[in-house]
Design a protein. Structure first.
Length: 373
């Protein structure tokens, strides 16, 4: 077990057109001893590069990477005491499961008895004792992935690196393996860095999650904190399914109100009720799909907060809930409703957003607005 410290780590590649691609920019981060850290972000944001730099499969341009206080970024990969599990499993096709799992230990000249012991332990932890004599092409996707995890487990590395290990599995197997890997982490308590582009996987698995976009770390925090207090519009729009609704509002100097299209937003969060905010003139406001109420327009004429007028565009039933997609002028909004609610496409509805459900972001950079200004 170990902690992993990134200090100002950057990495660029030369792109096809002669322009450099900045894969990771100035990464500062400490991953704690025994932590399950999930690195999440869209394709191309620098996740794999970050893992490969820890494993030593990629050099770094600037900064340093340390493990337990020792700088390791110039060490040979085999000296780093990390084990990586890849999306495509990377099993040797001509070796059976047992040989695949134990190969690393054999090459490192571990005694036979030790290899057997570790193999047995890993196989029973992963429930693959009966599969050890099979060749990779005789295993299902989930079984192959377990063998790949087994190969990492027997190494007993200080740090496990997982690069989208569940992406090639079908939906049901993905859920199963999610649970198994989480339980495995609870059992062995090792430091794990887990990469995924799937925000649901990140939310359910991570002790903390780090969200990246275009090589830049956007936020690192516990999953619920990232969900409830996204630091910017990128994180707000990436975490959550469907993501947070984000709408533009502008200050109307004549009516002294915040306008959302041709409607008035009332009440507004305290943050917007300041000279600074009025001087800024425009903001993005966000709210989660489950935080707004829908009602018949007439029934709520006198209610608080003042409802906004919206029109139902289409319905997305998911079983327990239905996502109701609405249009409000040029803006699109999604609201989560119980499946039993009988909204119809085309219907005009009243949308009420409680004041404390509203998040405010600066327009220019998309970062969470603060009173300081
Ligand atoms: P992710 O794993 O988040 O999808 P990567 O870390 O693989 O992203 O890639 C980050 C960026 O760096 C992308 O723009 C990718 O095209 C680029 N990149 C990654 N590896 C190389 C390479 N070996 N040569 C050139 N560009 C690369
Ligand atoms: Mg990748």
């Amino acid at each position: 077990m170990a902690n992993v410290l990134f200090e100002n780590v950057s990495k660029s590649f030369s792109g096809a057109n002669g322009k450099d691609v900045q894969a990771v920019s100035g990464l500062d981060l400490e991953i704690r001893d025994g932590e399950f850290m999930v690195l999440v972000g869209p394709s191309g944001c620098g996740k794999t590069t970050t893992l490969r730099m820890v494993a030593g499969l990629e050099s770094i341009d600037t900064g340093s990477i340390s493990m337990d206080g020792v700088q390791i970024d110039e060490w040979h990969p085999k000296d780093r005491d990390v084990a990586m599990v890849f999306q495509n499993y990377a099993l040797y096709p001509h070796l059976n499961a047992r040989e695949n799992i134990s190969l690393g230990l054999k090459l490192r000249k571990y005694p036979k008895k030790e290899i057997h012991q570790r193999l047995d332990e890993a196989a029973s932890m992963l429930g693959i004792q009966d599969l050890l004599e099979r060749m990779p092409d005789q295993l299902s996707g989930g079984q192959r992935q377990r063998v790949a995890v087994g190969r990492a487990l027997v190494r007993r590395p200080k740090v496990f690196l997982f690069d989208e290990p569940l992406s090639n599995l079908d939906a049901r197997m993905r859920l199963q393996m999610r649970m198994e890997l989480t339980q495995l982490h609870q059992k062995i308590g090792a430091t794990m860095i887990y990469v995924t582009h799937d925000q649901a996987e990140a939310m359910t698995m991570g002790d903390r999650i780090m969200v990246m976009d275009r090589g830049l770390l956007q936020q690192v925090a516990k999953p619920v904190e990232v969900y409830q207090e996204p630091l910017n519009t990128f994180v707000a729009g990436f975490i959550g399914s469907p993501p947070m609704n984000l709408l533009c509002i502008t200050w109307n100097q004549e009516s002294h109100t915040w306008e959302l299209g041709d409607q008035t937003l009332n009440p507004v969060p305290p943050l917007l009720d300041t000279p600074y905010a009025r001087q800024q003139g425009s903001f993005k406001v966000g709210f989660r799909p489950e935080c707004a109420r829908l009602s018949e327009p007439a029934s709520t004429a006198q209610t608080h907060p003042t409802p906004l007028k919206a029109q139902v565009a289409w319905l997305e039933p998911t079983g327990a809930d239905t996502f109701v997609h609405l249009t409000m002028g040029k803006e699109k909004v999604v609201v989560r409703q119980p499946a039993a609610a009988a909204w119809q496409p085309g219907q005009v509805v009243a949308l009420s957003i409680p004041q404390d459900a509203l998040h405010c972001f600066e327009v220019a950079k998309g970062c969470r607005a603060t009173v300081a200004g």
